[in-house]
Structures are given as C-alpha cells and as structure tokens.
Design a protein around this ligand. Sequence first.
Ligand code: ADP
Length: 180
Amino acid sequence: MNSSLQTLGSSSLHRIQRLLGWIMRALYPGSFDPLTFGHLDLIERGCELFGEVVVAVLSNPSKSPAFTLEQRLRQIEISTDHLKSASVISFEGLTVSCAQQNNADLILRGLRAMSDFEYELQIAHTNRSLAPDLQTIFLATEAHHSFLSSSLVKEVARFGGRIDHMVPEVVAEDLSRLFN
Ligand code: ADP
C-alpha cells in the first residue's frame, strides 16, 4: 500500500478506500434472535468479500423475540469483536430506509436451503422495487451450518440439549439463563 496512505488513521483510510470504491458497505439485516454460528460465518465472509458489514438488528416488538434488542446487540458486539470491519446497529421500519440512512452499498442475506429461497426472493424483489439502486446479494451458507436456525437453537436449549457447536459462548450463556 502507498506509504502516505499508511500514515493515515484507520478511520480516514477506511473512508478514502470507500470513496475509491475499494470497499463496499454491506447491510446484513435480520432478527438475530439469537445470533448463531451460521449468521457469524456470513458476517465473517461478508467482511472479507465487501470490506465492511453493518449488522442491522430488527427491533420489532410485535415478533415477541426471546431476547431483548439490547441483549441481541450485545451478543453480536461480543461475538464480532475480532472483526474490525463489522459493526452492529438496530433499526425499525423498512430495511431499504435503514440501508439508505447508513449509506450501505448492498443488502446481504443468507440462503440455507430451497425453503429460504422463495421468501428471500420475495423480499429482495420488494426491496428492489422500493430502492432500485440497492442490490441484494445472497451468500450460500456453509454446508455444516445449513441446519442452523435461531428457532431450532432455542428449541434445543429449552430441552437442555448441547448448543456449544451452534452458537457463540455469550449466546449459549444467555440461552442457559433464559431456560434455567
Ligand atoms: P429474519 O427474521 O430476517 O429471517 P434471521 O435472523 O432469521 O432474520 O436471519 C437473517 C439472515 O441470516 C437471513 O438472510 C437468513 O437466511 C440468514 N441465516 C439464518 N441462519 C443462517 C445460517 N445458518 N447460515 C447462513 N445464513 C443464515
């Protein structure tokens, strides 16, 4: 890298890299109730591919989440601490508005199986009709994470099953507090 660029602070360097189009900011929206290793894998690969991932946690009280918004934000913050280019925010309302307000270049979503496809495609088309400049990019899940879902993890935890291979430690601790 050019030595004059190296002398800049990392946040200024980051801004310049974005301006030059070397980095794209991906918005990864979801409920994350709670975060699983499947989600985390997508965040890690998103950072590698695009340069920056903003995890956007949906605050939707009508969905009656198992974990509060603050708990979900904390779980993600702690679990992504090793990723310098990942950040986490909360949002309400339309995903496209959140993407626009946060200057995202694209929306990132994950595909586990055909069962995800129809729903994800419908959302992607809807978002595109609302914001034609905003693309949705799908990453296929790693095969060994394809069985993972937040609801399945909660079911296993509720009945005392092992979950340490499904979720980060901080989430496992929160789940055991929730069900014990
Ligand atoms: P939502 O309520 O918006 O579906 P989720 O937290 O369930 O929120 O999922 C957020 C995104 O993460 C979705 O695109 C979903 O397909 C993806 N995802 C969920 N589980 C996994 C997994 N095991 N591997 C990869 N992607 C996943």
